[in-house]
Design a protein around this ligand. Sequence first.
Ligand SMILES: NC(=O)C1=CN([C@@H]2O[C@H](COP(=O)(O)OP(=O)(O)OC[C@H]3O[C@@H](n4cnc5c(N)ncnc54)[C@H](O)[C@@H]3O)[C@@H](O)[C@H]2O)C=CC1
Ligand SMILES: O=C(CO)COP(=O)(O)O
Length: 346
Amino acid sequence: MPQMEPVGIIGAGSFGTAMANLLALNTDVLMYSRNADLVQELSTDRFHFGVELHPRVQVVNDFAEVAKTCQLIFPIVPSDNFRSMMQSISAHLQPSHLLIHGTKGFDITGINLEDIPKNGLNRRQVHTMTDVIRAESVVVRVGALTGPNLARELLDGQPSASVIASKFDEVIKRCHAVLSSQQLHVFHTHDLLGAELAGVLKNVIALGSGILKGYGLGKNIQSMLITRGLHEMIHFGRALGSDARAFLGTAGIGDLIATATSQKSRNYMFGYRIGSGENLSEVRATSQELAEGVRTLMITRHLAKSMRLRAPITEMLYRIVFEDFPVKEAMDYLITYPYEVDVDFL
Ligand SMILES: NC(=O)C1=CN([C@@H]2O[C@H](COP(=O)(O)OP(=O)(O)OC[C@H]3O[C@@H](n4cnc5c(N)ncnc54)[C@H](O)[C@@H]3O)[C@@H](O)[C@H]2O)C=CC1
Ligand SMILES: O=C(CO)COP(=O)(O)O
C-alpha cells in the first residue's frame, strides 16, 4: 500500500481525539493542543478520555509544525472558539492546505451571545465554520466532517459512518483515503451548506429530546419531537440557503437519531437535566461539558424571529431553557399547535 500523507488535527478534545485514533488506522497523525501541560502529560501517559492513543498519533503544541507537515488538517474545536483559533493559526496556512472541520455550531459576529436577547440577531451575523475558515485564512479547499459520530462510541472502537461535505472532489477523495476503515464508513456530498446546517441544527432537537426524557415522557412524543424537529431543521435550512436533501441522509436523520436518543450525547444529557427540573445556571454550575445545542438554540431562536420563520419547537425550547418556562405548558402549546400537513417539505 502506498505511504499516506500525515494528517493534522486541531483540538485535543473528545472528538478530536476520537478522530485522531481513527485516522491513525491509516496514517500518521499530528494532533495540536494549545495546552502545553496536556501535551507534556500525553507524551508520557498516552491515555486520553480513557483510551490509549494510537502509536501513530503524536500530540504537539506547535501549530507551525502541523502546518509544515500536514496539508490536510481537521480543526475540531467548539464553535465559540473557532474564529479566534483560525486567527491564531492563519499565518501558518497556505493556499495548498485543505481544512475539513468537525465543529457543529455557528459563529456569530458583531454581537456577544449574551446580548442577543436584548439586541436581536440578523442573518448577516451568523456564519458556518467553512465561512470562517475562508474569511480568516488563505485556504480555499474547505469541507466539513459530519454524521452520527458520538465521540464516546468512536473512542470505544465502535463502528459508525461520517459524511465528508465539500465542493471540491479532491477534498472528498483525500478524506475518503485517510478516513475509511473497518470502523468508519465514509459517505460524501457536494452539498456543503446542507451538511453543515444539518449537523448544527440537530443539536437543538437533541436538547429537546433530552428534556422530554428528563420530564418522564415516552417514545411516542419523543418520536414526534424528532420528526417535527426534522421539519423545523429543513425549514431553517431552506431559509438559510440549502435544500432538504442533506437533512434526509446520514448528516441529517442519521446524526439526529444518534444525538437525540443517546445518553452519550452531551446535548441530550444537558436537556435531560433541564427536563428533570434543574435550570440553566444549575446545570452550567455543575458541568463543564460542551453542549453546542444551547448556544445554537440562542442563535436560531433569534434568527427565526428576525427572519419571520415559523419555528414553534425552537421557540418552546428557548423558553424552557432560557426563561424557565414550564415543560408542561410548552407541551400543551405544541400538542395543540395548528400543524396541518404531515410532510410539507417535498
Ligand atoms: N464529542 C462529540 O461526540 C462530537 C463533537 N462534535 C463537535 O466537535 C466540536 C468539539 O467538540 P469536542 O471535541 O467534543 O469538545 P471538547 O470540549 O471535548 O474539546 C474541545 C477542545 O478544543 C480545544 N480548543 C478550544 N479552543 C481552542 C483553540 N483556540 N485552539 C486549539 N484548541 C482549542 C479545547 O482545549 C478542547 O481540548 C464541537 O463543535 C462538537 O459539536 C462533532 C461530532 C461529535
Ligand atoms: O454531533 C454529535 C454526535 O454526532 C454530538 O454529540 P454531543 O451531543 O455529545 O456533542
